[in-house]
Design a protein around this ligand. Structure first.
Ligand code: CA2
Length: 145
């Protein structure tokens, strides 16, 4: 039995479906969780799905994933653009890492064009709304046993 894929989401993503639906879609984070669970199950895999507004909590989960997960899917949200600490944790995890964004940050304001997480990521899925998460879970499953 494979270890689970950790699917981690960063700050403000708990507001999904409640605010700014024109950018992030009308689905809630619970809808994203359900879609990821369905996709993982279809692939014979399991996920651990978590969201936090706190940088240190996300880092603790990445450190936990190092021994407990087969791969990490992470939407770092705003911390992707700011957090060298999260980058360091992801590098130390030594796991396949799929960076995931609902929107396409490269097509938005310049401040979103760079993410530190990309320096640790195996690959990136962005711009497909909820489907970005599903595709990221699929990529993580292919990259890990
Ligand atoms: O497109 C993405 O998934 C982002 O990671 C979302 C982040 C943003 O800082 C990144 O540049 C791109 C923001 C997440 C905020 O989520 C909200 C959801 C609903 C309402 C307000 C914020």
């Amino acid at each position: 039995m494979s270890k689970p894929i950790y699917v981690l989401s960063g700050p403000n993503l708990n507001l999904l479906g409640v605010r700014e639906p024109q950018i992030y879609g009308k689905e809630t984070l619970d809808d994203v969780r359900a879609a990821c669970e369905r996709r993982a199950e279809a692939l014979g895999r399991t996920i651990v799905f978590r969201q936090s507004n706190h940088e240190g909590v996300l880092i603790d989960w990445v450190q936990e994933a190092r021994t407990e997960a087969s791969a990490i899917v992470i939407n770092p949200a705003g911390y992707g653009h700011t957090s060298i600490a999260l980058l360091d944790a992801l590098k130390a995890a030594e796991l396949p890492i799929v960076e995931c964004h609902l929107s396409n940050p490269a097509a938005r304001e310049a401040v979103r064009h760079h993410t530190y997480v990309s320096l640790a990521a195996t690959g990136l899925v962005s711009g497909f709304g909820l489907a970005s998460y599903e595709l990221a879970v699929e990529a993580a499953a292919r990259l890990s046993a």
